[in-house]
Design a protein around this ligand. Sequence first.
Ligand code: AN7
Length: 338
Amino acid sequence: MPGIIERYRDRLPFAPEDPVVSLEEGSTPLILAERLSEKAGVEVWLKIEGANPTGSFKDRGMTCAVSAAVREGAQAVICASTGNTAASAAAYAARAGLRGAVIVPEGKIATGKLAQALMHGARVVALRGNFDEALKLVRQLVERHPISLVNSVNDFRIEGQKTAAFEIVEALAGELDALCIPVGNAGNITSFWKGFQELGYAPRMCGFQAAGAAPLVHGKPVEHPETVASAIRIGNPARWEEAMNAMTSSGGAVRAVTDAEILTAYRFLASTEGVFCEPASAASVAGLLTHGAGEGVRRVVCVLTGHGLKDPQTALEHAGAVVPCDPELAAIERAVLE
Ligand code: AN7
């Protein structure tokens, strides 16, 4: 499949002659989750955004943000990130031949994401502070220097990410009642809502935040956000108003899920559906299982925003142990069968 700019050019702000920086993102699987459906009491489909080239939904937005940066003649891109935006920005910058800088909260991003950003050759800056402080600083930095900001405050990110909604509508012929999605900086829920609306659909938008990082649920910023789901460890979302508008005008809601609920959903998806997502992504399923998706809902899509391999450490801490074995038949029989 071509990337999302080529696939949806008529609905995106790119002309045929514009430069396109793509890794053939998008066209991700949408799969029926039978065990989860049984447990949730509604038909549940999983949109596997971890199947994007760098392992998260950010690639849909990044192909647009970086293509636009090239069109504008930018030499460098920058972002603040809890990890996935950094990995994606670094990859697309490398592909475009641009310099990339990513500002991440020191010690608080998953190992896989750090490895990606470094491998793609970005300047990785570990800020002694959290994501919200990092975003504030990069917004000031780009006012003083000719560097393109590729966080989701950049409208091209929203344009690209709305294509996930297009794919869902196409795959289900528009037949869905609700969308469950994790909310961090609130760019993705804003994007999905825009995408659905452009096609004339209005599924109930159910946003889920980690309990220790739930500013939208509390109605005020959280100064020291904390959660095992490091991707959504965000206390003051940039797209606050738009996200709240998406949820209220669709009859949805924003709710909190605890780390324990997130980890239970995370293990359930991996062990019973064969789908390994990262902890932040499992917040969508944890939210559905804890709070439901509302009255009269028959079919739900849960967005699994990032791949489980992004965060091997959390996986190993919460999975079973390996079984040691001597190199002998009797020992291996015991190890395998007992
Ligand atoms: C796996 O990478 O904010 O509500 O800097 O990585 O659009 O922020 C990541 C966010 C959900 C929340 N799931 O999306 C970043 C960053 C995963 C994520 C979210 C993120 P937004």
